[in-house]
Write a protein that binds this ligand. Structure first.
Ligand code: KG4
Ligand code: ZN
Length: 332
């Protein structure tokens, strides 16, 4: 039998899931709304919220799956990368439960789990496949050779794509996280403002220059017209989104050409963006890719993907021991 409890607490979502032979039976996430008022995630607050959320979330995941904790075979937990204070809550909880139930722990890399989220549903990509992982903390192009072997082909050298949405949204006075709001407004606007595409060699990304150029552009416009943002909000959002999406898709196209891979996926919170989804599908049609986008539940941070990733380790009996500690900068 393989019944796993998976726990995710790397940033501001407390999540627990039950995975039965690699299939997600329940996936319960408590999102911490409290950070909206601060315009970003406050690490100490996130850590305390995880402490109060974790028992109700785990209890709900067990109940929804109709599973008793005594039936569990192992506990999977995100070891990193993420916020240290947030990771500590999940890892400590997993260790305590593993001692009390006398079952093993499986450590999971959060970024590998985003990529393996594609195996929570059908159709599943075939190996090797490429995945563009875009979230509030990461922007990577990964080549996945097997569930155990992945290679990062490109990475952001500064801000992540989600940060580019959130920070430009903040400049426009939008609430955190601004990504979903920009997406909504962009659908009503037109791409009329030109923002520069950064000249970064290879498959790496950079978004901090874009943020600065938008800031200077808006400052200049506001001098002429103090109502410029309100009057042009939808068009500014459409233009910002179009630029971020073009940067992402252009690099993904190069990665696919260089590797000759036609199985291509996107993952992470930003893959919920409607502009990115349609540009990705268009690129897929143009270049003959098989494209994969997980449902929203598996795009954002969730324990289901942690459990799916852990299942591959469970099969191999790749267990951690009680000396396990979080690794905020965990690499592949
Ligand atoms: O994967 P995720 O839930 O958490 C992290 O690991 O960061 O991603 C959150 C990020 C935020 O930056 C948020 O603004 C962005 O994903 N996001 C979006 C959309 N939905 C979420 N960005 C653009 N368009 C969206 N529809
Ligand atoms: Zn994430």
């Amino acid at each position: 039998m393989s019944l796993l409890l998976a726990i995710e607490s790397s940033c501001d979502d407390t999540s627990a899931a039950i995975i039965d032979h690699g299939m997600v039976k329940s996936n319960v996430t408590a999102t911490q709304k409290i950070h909206e008022q601060y315009g970003g995630v406050v690490p100490e607050v996130a850590s305390r919220k995880h402490q109060s959320n974790i028992i109700p979330v785990v209890t709900a995941a067990l109940e929804q799956a109709g599973v008793e904790k005594e039936d569990l075979s192992a506990i999977a937990v995100t070891r990193g990368p993420g916020l240290l204070g947030s990771l500590i809550v999940g890892v400590s909880f997993a260790k305590a439960l593993s001692i009390s139930l006398d079952i093993p722990i499986i450590e999971v890399n959060h970024m590998m789990a985003h990529v393996l989220a594609h195996f929570a549903e059908d159709p599943k990509p075939e190996f090797p496949f490429l995945c563009l992982t875009v979230s509030g903390g990461h922007t990577q192009i990964v080549k996945i050779n097997s569930p155990y072997e992945m290679e990062i082909l490109g990475n952001t050298i500064d801000d992540a794509a989600g940060e580019a949405f959130d920070k430009t949204g903040k400049i426009m006075g939008l609430k955190y996280p601004a990504g979903p709001e920009i997406d909504k407004l962009a659908q009503k606007g037109k791409v009329v403002f030109e923002f520069p595409e950064p000249k970064i060699p290879g498959l790496d990304f950079s978004f901090s220059g874009l943020k600065t150029s938008i800031l200077y552009f808006l400052k200049a416009q506001l001098k002429e017209n103090p109502n410029f943002i309100e009057e042009n909000l939808a068009d500014i959002c459409a233009s910002v989104q179009d630029r971020i999406v073009t940067i992402l898709i252009n690099k993904l196209v190069v990665a696919a050409q260089q590797t000759g891979i036609k199985e291509v996926a996107i993952a992470g919170g930003v893959s919920a963006n409607s502009g990115l989804r349609s540009a990705f599908e268009n690129a897929g049609n143009q270049y003959g890719w098989n494209t994969y986008i997980p449902s929203f539940e598996y795009c954002t941070d969730n324990a289901g993907m942690i459990g799916v990733a852990a299942y591959y380790k469970f099969i191999q009996k790749d267990f951690a021991d009680l000396s396990l500690v979080p690794d905020a900068r965990m690499k592949f």
